[in-house]
Unconditional design. Sequence first.
Length: 306
Amino acid sequence: MSPQLSWIGLGNMGRGMCKNLVEKGHLSQPLILFNRTNTRAEQLSDKLGKDKTKVAKSIEDAVTSADIIFTCVGDDKAMEETVESILKGDIKGKLICDCSTIHPDTTSKISNAITSKGAHFVACPVFGAPAMAESGQLVCVLAGPASDVEKVKPYCKGVMGRDIIDFSDQEPSKATLMKIIGNTFVLNMVEQLSEAHTLADRTGLGAPDLHQFVEKMFPGPYVAYSNRLMANDYMREEPLFNAALALKDARHAASLADKAGVKMKALEVAKSHLQDVQKERGEFGGDLAGIYGAVRMESGLPYSLK
């Protein structure tokens, strides 16, 4: 019989990851689901099947009968609060695997708290957009004791993800350090695309012709984001990558750079534009791709294409 799994945190990424665990994870028992907003857990359970999932009433409930507990929450504060609830019960022998994007120092803090109670901890942040979570095409970064990482691997490549970055027997914080540095690539990519699309608009080249270049030279994420910009998709009601969370990642990267004595000037530009997105769309209403709108406004164009 496979281990009993539970999942805490059903945001844009978590829902897709749970879908693939249920469909491809070869689970012998229903996946236990918990979300702070219970309606979201109930809706996902209905979608995935009541026979394949079970909704927990609390974090403690989600942890009690589980062998492996996955967590995927929005920020450091939410993760620390989640761990506080996890620690209320007897967790000796259980494995907590965190997929959240948080500061490496936070990862070290929660790892120490969990292991001090006789439980095990693996960090497993992931690279990829919600559509990649839905299709099982994420890249999972795994760090922690090798014996614990091996217990998580069967749910990564071929289930939630297309590949892994293996930091077995390295500190869990190494995985979130990789994730924060890796996310600066995404932030800078969106900034570059936003500036280029705005320049193409202003100079008469036009977005469709610029997009041809992007397709030929930078297939993959660049094309996906270029399509989003042209489709005005950054105005969507529910952000795919919330600007507030992107700004949190930018601040984490900036703090790491400052501590290391590294200047990340491109990151500072993207961070400034994310703050402009929040001014335009509200603290939690904007999308990372809204950087395009911020660049457009700086250039004398409307924030939205429509």
